[in-house]
Design a protein around this ligand. Sequence first.
Ligand code: FES
Length: 389
Amino acid sequence: MVCVLHVVEDQRRQAAPSEQRGITAMTFVSGQSAFSGPVSQGEIPSAVAEHILEVINVVDEAPNVKTFTFRSVGTAPLTYEAGQFITLELPVCQGPIARVYTLSSTPSRPMSVSVTAKAQGASVGTRWMFENLVRGSVIKARGPSGRFVLGDSGAKRHLFVSAGSGITPTMSMLRWLSDATPDVDVVFINCSRTPEEIIFRRELELLDQQMPNLRLGFIVEKPGSFEGWSGLTGLLDVRKLNVLAPDLMDREVYCCGPVGFMRGVQTVLDGLGFPVSHYHEENFAPIVAEPSDAPAAETSSIAPRVVRFNKSDAETVCAPGETVLSAARRSGVQIVSVCEMGICGTCKVRKTSGDVQMTHAEGISDDEVHAGYILACCAKPVTSVEVEA
Ligand code: FES
């Protein structure tokens, strides 16, 4: 069977409607500053920690792709894991907006952090960055967030598969491995439209010389006018995957790219019987509510669910199906939010009593849930609740 994977950048918009993220961007809905909410440092997980970042370098990587490197100003270094993302507040002329960018730098070099962003035609935030951020510019950031990380799986062999600017988290991981365990066995595959659009190509070729067990696989749809292209052409399919990673069944797979691309990779791996527990992807798909087996209850028989916001000394009765975030807005209580899809973790607040039903998209860890935290954007009270906001 040959399964053809189409690298279609626009498919990424299915999960990121307003803008392509560097790779993903998400709309800041409330129209207020994403960083002015009543968030108390030290009482919330680091996923929503606030930082002031100063631009120390801007580098052209490929057509419409730049890397912005920052240092933390007046705060401790921004600590993160390779593969995580941060949220930047961008003061575009319509008002501040929040955009999410994967960190392309490695935590092994903690003096600075970098994001690598691609500006699409309809881009607002990333285009603003391209036109306004220069050395010395200062912006606000929040994070890091994200669970697309190497973790402590103990894997000895990795396969990184990316398309277009989805290369950024896998590049962060490779840079980390290059510093931490340069002998590690990695197959690094990137699919791009043309050779000119391969991001980090020169650095990857340098790493290829420095890491004895690194194998690079560039696949371009069209060699175009590029002289001397000797890499693979066309679209990624199961045959190319087997050529580049014949032992892929023994590898931990990390995949990032447009949603359609990732579904294609997953389909190929499923067809090969690849164990799903060893497959990881950066999934920015919106929340899909789990169907409930419970019969629908009579609305009139449900006791009123009061949401109390302790810090703001405010409370309101929550409508059936209403989220804590929505109730907060009605009450004039500000909870910072970015994606409102259970992804970014920005709206994380501690619940001190009561129960909620919450379906999220990995914006919160099991440990945080056990510690009492909820994502206000997707937590729906099923009893009266109290939250620290
Ligand atoms: S706003 Fe992103 S998880 Fe709630």
